[in-house]
Design a protein around this ligand. Sequence first.
Ligand SMILES: [Zn+2]
Length: 582
Amino acid sequence: MKYNLTKLAVIFLTAELYASLYASTIYPIDRAQMLRDGRFDFKVEFDKKIKNSDFKVLINGKNYKEIFKNQGEFIENEDNLNVSSLVVKDVSIAKEGSYKVEVIVDGKTDKVNWQVYAPALKPKAKNVILFIGDGLSVAHRTGARILSKGISEGKANGRLTVDDFPYMAFIGTSGTDSIATDSANSMSAYMTGHKSAVNAMGVYVSRAKNSLNHPKQETLGELIRRTSCKSLGIVSDAELEDATPAAVVAHTRRRADKNEIVGMLYGVKPDVLLGGGSAYFLPQSMPGSKRKDEINYIDKFKQDGYMFVTDAVSLKEAKSKSDKLLGLFHLGNMDGVLDRQIVKNDVTKKFPNQPDLTEMTSAALEVLSKNKNGFFLMVEGALIDKASHPLDWERAFYDTIMFDKSVSLAKEFAKTNPDTLIIVTGDHTHGISIIGTVDDNKQGADMREKVGVYADAGFTNYEDKNGDGYPDTPNVSKRLAVFFNNFPDYYETFRPKLDTQFVPAIQNEKGEYIANEAYKSVSGAVFRGGNIPRNTDTGVHSVDDMIVQAYGPGGEAIKGYMDNTQLFRVIVDALALGKSKK
Ligand SMILES: [Zn+2]
């Protein structure tokens, strides 16, 4: 009996192996939606080594060569993996409609379906400004509103700019590989209309070994360049090679390919590029460089007619004089508003005169609006995410206020330029929530007892005496109680970290992240045993929906629940991209 069962298992296993030998994977994937004439790479991966004559690829019943006008390349032994692939690069589909793609090998057929849509007949907007608050969650917005505007008798004493944007939707952020996303594949969905996987942008993640050799899709940046005379701008307070700004133009399976990403930025040449990350623009022989070659991208941009600025003063001077502007204000990520403007600690001494997101947004709008054909501008508030990972919600909330101030500049611009669509969203959420207050004057044996919940929470006592929209200090006696739902081992201090951003966990000899003892001695600190794997240094992204809001013509397409890939079409339709050729 035992023997028979084993034999049966062997038969099943063999049958399954046998079946799987005939599987093929098709990119773009099933249910992909594409703009008519939008460019993409087509790839079929066969799960075994076959001959060029062994298979058929039909698109709506026709040989793929007829549809693509290109036979592509058959790779008999891809990456020496003993498997074959068909790759047809840089193709498009010339007519809108439904497409059934069939791959037939040895009598077995694999299928995917695509929808190809026509460009909008008429543009609704001349300009689109897309704001990405990286990691922006509901708590960030509630917290920014309370900190910036105050709240009394249960009613907000003021509103964030985004609060009055009329169009609103929930966005699903999951990728092809996982329900949990990162900034690369989520921004890639906005910028290509296709899903991707964690760490990838502008490509489907195939089995190719080389990170730059996966099937690509045209990015919004490239589409604007190819089909319009509009200007293109990218602003971020992260490194410009970081996932969100990079995804406007880049194609790679590895977001860490920052050397190559700068080359891709240079390839598309956005008219305005403002942010951090100069380390990857400088040749390797220069101090601070992280390049692996001697290319000086700052020189290359300058040779192409860009004005180059490195601080807030030169940025302000340059904006009226230039129509192509490169601003690099930090070797790495820029510093947040709490460090730079509020507590003015040592953190910002290295780069003392950085512009903030509002100054960069204002400069970008001034430069880009010189083009009478309009523009697309992406502004990323990156530090919301950079501070939320290490559970440093004060920094994240202050940067959310700064983010909203940048949105208000765009809304001001839209008053005199009503043909402007403004979209405000994030790329993924964090597991963050406001649950009440922490009151130093509340009776209690330790800090935990000073947490006020329900009626005990009452209201906070932040003050903004100088009226700049930011509380004068986050370190008041009755402050928000904010907790993350996922964390490594750490010490909860119930207090803001004024010297430098919180470092909740550090690595031990075994490579595991353990609570950073530096915070153990803070009066009343409580140890929290982590609830995520021990190789994780900080909190992680959440799968919760993202909120998107919009203001201006074309914004009415934003409603209900949307997949993140749909935002691409909202932008493309608003600008009627893909219709007129340059
Ligand atoms: Zn993140």
